[in-house]
Design a protein. Structure first.
Ligand code: NAI
Length: 262
């Protein structure tokens, strides 16, 4: 059987109702996977089974996790809120809810399972935010989030970047957490992608985003990102662990070479 064949696999996809999540569900099904779609909105297509979830609400996450059967082979954490949603919703959905769902599903994962987190080019500054990230990791819960965000200076403007920085760091920290079971975690970092939330990003990021868009030949499409998520769920990517894979038309390389004077 091909390493790219997913016909024996069941993959949970969050955010399956729109954008990158919907396209990932579609492409997973195209290579034979069974897809369990989780979203606050019901996906119109491409899922075998839909479970409603509100990733900002621990009780809803617990209910959804309880409904998922044992024996899942992958988890694509794709649901996310854009920067304009505000610090608390962004940190809940893009980080705390994602982490709670993931940890709740580890025991239901088959050995060799894959976890794929959709981070962002917006998280590339994580090495400069290590103290803030550690502060968040040691303190933040759903209950004390407002207080911790205030303490750490995570306001509405900073929250989306910070959420993605935390996610990339957490992915790398978990490179070997479930190694004995062959379960691995990676993330994919898209640049700007044409989905319903792109307009929101461009508005929030203002001039910086306009500059970025000028050097890019085009924005990404969900069809550019989904195949990478599918590959990261397949056995073909078995030795990729704790990685952050840019999928951004070259923007990560552009920013890094610029920053380092190359
Ligand atoms: P989208 O808005 O098309 O899809 C997001 C999905 O997440 C929606 O189906 C929405 O219902 C779901 N969602 C939002 N809040 C939820 C909650 N509380 N509970 C359950 N589901 C919830 O957006 P898109 O662009 O497909 O975003 C997917 C991921 O890609 C996000 O994590 C985003 O941060 C990331 N990303 C997007 C980029 C872009 O330019 N579109 C660039 C880089 C990363």
């Amino acid at each position: 059987m091909s390493l790219f064949d997913l016909s024996e696999k069941t993959i949970v996809v969050t955010g399956a109702a729109s954008g990158i999540g919907a396209e990932t569900a579609k492409q997973l099904k195209a290579v034979g996977a069974k897809v369990i779609g989780l979203d606050r909105n019901k996906p119109e297509q491409h899922v075998d089974h839909y479970i409603e979830i509100d990733l900002s609400n621990p009780a809803s996450i617990a209910n959804a996790a309880a409904e998922i059967p044992s024996g899942i082979d992958g988890l694509c954490n794709i649901a996310g809120l854009p920067p304009t949603a505000g610090a608390l919703p962004v940190m809940k959905v893009n980080v705390l809810g994602l982490q709670m769902l993931t940890m709740s599903l580890i025991e239901k994962m088959s050995d060799g399972g894959a976890i794929v987190n959709i981070a962002s080019l917006a998280g590339l500054g994580w090495p400069d935010a290590v103290d803030q990230i550690k502060g968040f990791q040691t303190k933040a819960t759903f209950e004390n989030l407002a207080q911790v965000c205030e303490e750490l200076g995570v306001d509405d403007e900073r929250s989306y970047f910070f959420a993605k920085e935390v996610l990339i760091a957490w992915t790398m920290q978990n490179r070997w957490t479930w190694r004995e079971r062959g379960i691995r975690m990676n993330c994919v970092s898209p640049g700007p992608v044409e989905t319903p939330i792109l307009k929101d990003f461009l508005e929030t990021l203002g001039e910086r985003a306009e500059e970025d868009m000028k050097v890019m030949d085009r924005a990404g499409l969900p069809t550019d990102i989904a195949p990478v998520a599918v590959f990261m769920c397949s056995d073909a990517s078995a030795w990729i662990r704790g990685a952050n894979i840019p999928c951004d038309g070259g923007m990560f390389a552009h920013v890094m070479t610029g920053m380092n004077g190359l």
